[in-house]
Design a protein around this ligand. Sequence first.
Ligand code: FE
Ligand code: FE
Ligand code: ZN
Length: 297
Amino acid sequence: MLVIGSHVSYGKNQLLGCAKQAIAYGANTFMFYTGAPQNTIRTQVNKYLTIEAYKLMKENNILADKIICHAPYIINLANNIFPDKYEFSMKFLRTEIDRCNLLKVKYLIIHPGSAVKHEKDIALNNIINALNKVLKPEDDITILLETMAGKGTEIGINIEELKIILDGVLLKAKIGFCLDTCHLNDSGINISKIDDYLNKFDSIIGLNKIKCIHINDSKNEIGFKKDRHANIGYGMIGFDNLINIIYHDKLKHIPKILETPHIEEKPPYKYEIEMIKNKKFNPNLMEDIIIEKINNY
Ligand code: FE
Ligand code: FE
Ligand code: ZN
């Protein structure tokens, strides 16, 4: 079964608003941040909105057990040069887990972090120590570490680094991974040879640990370490390579989430999900969105 969705915004209607957007996009899952991705200002979870959200999801065949939360970018578990910032990252991650528990969301994506001035092994150790400090045995959550593009001093840019983190975490059952096609491409992986990557991932970590895949095209060539997402079929990875991953036999049932750029300030997800369902590239994506915008004036 194709499990497809996109980034949706949480806003004042919280999970209920998320579910409504996902339905409008023709999705059967979604990913959200509990506030702005760039900051840590968060509101209290509203129990009634959550109940309404689950009701609406059930009525509209949204796979409630596959919805995903993404922690804000500023959490950095890799760097402890400034102990108060490291401490803050851990505390904030803890509150995100608590919010996920209240929202009954089972997956929380984090970026492993940036080493900044640290050596890699120290940065990896900081991440491991932070996760061991934050995670509790009673948590009903899987933290998904995302594969990164290699921009700046990012950690988690290859399978070996992800494996080191997994090995160091005590509550291993609570750790999973999120692939991101743009990040893979930018870190040097040729998406047209994705089987090579998957075989390697399987032998080092195990494919069963992949719990989410971010589907993005990339504005840059393989190995450029930029992390600039492009719309599906409008980047250097290309439509066919993305379709191949989305429908890959070994990646069935894993939620695929779009994080592609807005067009004319509008989310493109409805059109991109349609392309993916039809397995047919839409060369008029921009035009379609502009027409929709004019019609909604
Ligand atoms: Fe991410
Ligand atoms: Fe991503
Ligand atoms: Zn990215």
